[in-house]
Every structure is written in C-alpha cells, then in structure tokens.
Write a protein that binds this ligand. Structure first.
Ligand code: SF4
Length: 163
C-alpha cells in the first residue's frame, strides 16, 4: 500500500445524498473513453485533464467529515485508474466507509476481463456497482442513482447503512 500513489481527479463533492446510500464523499475521476451521447460530465473525458492528487491528500479530505457513510467513485471512468482507486478503496474500507463505483462498463465486461488484476481488485472493494453507459434514448429520472434505464444498481456486498 502506497498512499503517495496519485489519482487523476476532475473534482469532488464533499457531501452527497444522490450518489449512493447515505452521506457520501464523491470523487469524479478524470478520463473516460465511452463517449456517451449527452454525457453530463464531458469535462471528465480528457485523460490528461484535471489534476493529480495523492491518495493521502484525498484521505485527509475524507477524514475531515465524520458524518460520511461512504465514498463514491464517479467520473469519468473509474476502471481506467483501477489500481490506484482499489488502493484508496482499501483505505476507506478500513475506516468502515462503503464504496460505490459508477462505471460505463457492464458488470459482465469487468468480470470476464479476469486477467486484469487491477479491475478485479477494484471490483473486490466495491459494495455497490452502478454499471453501464449513459444511453440518451433510455434517459430517466425515475430510477435512484441511474441516469438511464439500461444502468443497474448492483449490490455486490451488503452495506451497514440504513438506506
Ligand atoms: S461513462 Fe459516464 S463520464 Fe463517460 S461518457 Fe458515459 S456518461 Fe460520460
């Protein structure tokens, strides 16, 4: 474990109740290749954009809020930085914070990429995976945590929060 490992970041939300259960610290990672039409976060696409931050700096921000139930990785595409995010997720889990990950990949695509140890490690640390690309034709405001109806909220591990 190396807390000096850097993650390329687009931005943060210090407290959110719409990016997974409970009160969550949200990290918008930088870099995405899915190119979903009408993406709400086009500023996150450039893999060289945003800024790099060390895991220890991000943990300090997380530690400053004792009300948090967990941390959400959004984007951008978290699986492009799976190794570093798995390290950060491990640190968060050690603090009893749950991990929600948004991805433009489908769960099955991640599972079948079994040779990619970094992907598998991030998946192992994920409590809830919200998967699939944003599909403009299936846009919805009816589903909690999803932007389009093809996306799924997959509870990979049970959570100790009341939502
Ligand atoms: S996966 Fe997310 S960030 Fe990437 S293009 Fe699609 S909606 Fe935008």
């Amino acid at each position: 474990m190396n807390n000096h490992t850097k993650i390329r970041i687009s931005g943060f939300v210090n407290e959110s109740v719409v990016d997974g259960p409970g009160i969550r610290f949200v990290i918008f990672v930088q870099g995405c290749q899915h190119d979903c039409p009408d993406c709400h976060n086009p500023q996150t696409h450039d893999p060289q954009g945003g800024e790099e931050m060390a895991i220890e700096e991000i943990l300090a921000m997380i530690d400053s809020n004792p009300l948090l139930d967990g941390v959400t990785f959004s984007g951008g595409e978290p699986f492009l930085q799976a190794k570093a995010l798995a390290e950060l997720a491990t640190c968060c889990k050690n603090k009893n914070l749950s991990i929600v990950v948004y991805t433009g990949f489908y769960y099955e695509e991640i599972l079948t990429n079994s040779d990619n140890q970094d992907w598998q490690e991030l998946l192992k640390q994920t409590d809830i995976l919200i998967d699939g690309p944003f599909e403009r034709e299936k846009k919805t405001t009816e589903l909690a945590f999803c932007g389009s109806s093809n996306q799924r909220v997959l509870h990979l591990r049970s959570l100790d929060v009341n939502n």
